[in-house]
Design a protein around this ligand. Sequence first.
Ligand code: DGY
Length: 325
Amino acid sequence: MPSARLSVVVTRRLPEPVEARMRDLFDVTLREDDAPMSREELARAMREADVIVPTLSDRIDAGLIAQASDRLKLIANYGAGVDHIDVNTARQHGILVSNTPGVLTDDTADMTMALILSVTRRLPEGLARMQSGEWQGWSPTALLGGRVAGRRLGILGMGRIGQAVAKRAAAFGMQVHYHNRRRLRPEIEEEHEATYWESLDQMVARMDVLSINCPHTPSTFHLMNARRLKLMKPEAVIVNTSRGEVIDENALTRMLRAGEIAGAGLDVYEHGTEINPRLRELKNVVLLPHMGSATVEGRIEMGEKVIINIKTFDDGHRPPDQVVP
Ligand code: DGY
């Protein structure tokens, strides 16, 4: 007799090929529309499913995990960041957590470069000029930005994505610097021609561009606080494709308004969709709606990783991307 299929609840719409494969493999409950689940719906899913597939828009905290039934064995996150899941509490309840690292590295690094170039070369202002019909033709003095070649890029967090940014930045002629919890092996530093800074303060004070590529954890929350933002050169710019909580958004907004930092490119925000309204008014910022990993290929590969994690677990093994607290 075939064994019963795993009951899997997915909290958001996923790309069609991923949903189709899940229907083939699991007893899966999929969303009809793309609205995030309410807390009540999430709690019900945690009571009724063997596996839930949340995304970063679902807060799986200790209170919710306490409502899970013994049946729930795996939280197979659709995404790399797991700062919305209380992984420690899940472990105490015997629930495994997995994620989807690796497959969104290139896409997020591309978006980081897109933001660096957009801010330094004033792309949104150029676009606005074209869309308004105001453009009067080429001018020797209009919309002059800064050249990225030769500039110092400081990467805060030199994991997979940080290193992919380093590779791209080097190809654009930037000088790569980094700060990381652990210094990289000499051969990796050499490969990226990257200079290591043990002191984050010292690195921040000397960079032309600062890129945030570390995850959000209790120790990275507001790593770029008001004091550290003030160390930046007034002509420097900051970009963030990681998590908004790493930067004190209010302090950043104040400094951008005061011209104490030249510009910012942000794909993520400290309070999710509740963006500081003053940030929206500024010309020297480029704001994107958290689309760093938003490619067709990347989102399908993320789904494939989720499926492999669930299947491997169902076969009695550790999911390959199990997150260990
Ligand atoms: C992730 O997977 O954590 C990303 O932020 C999604 O783009």
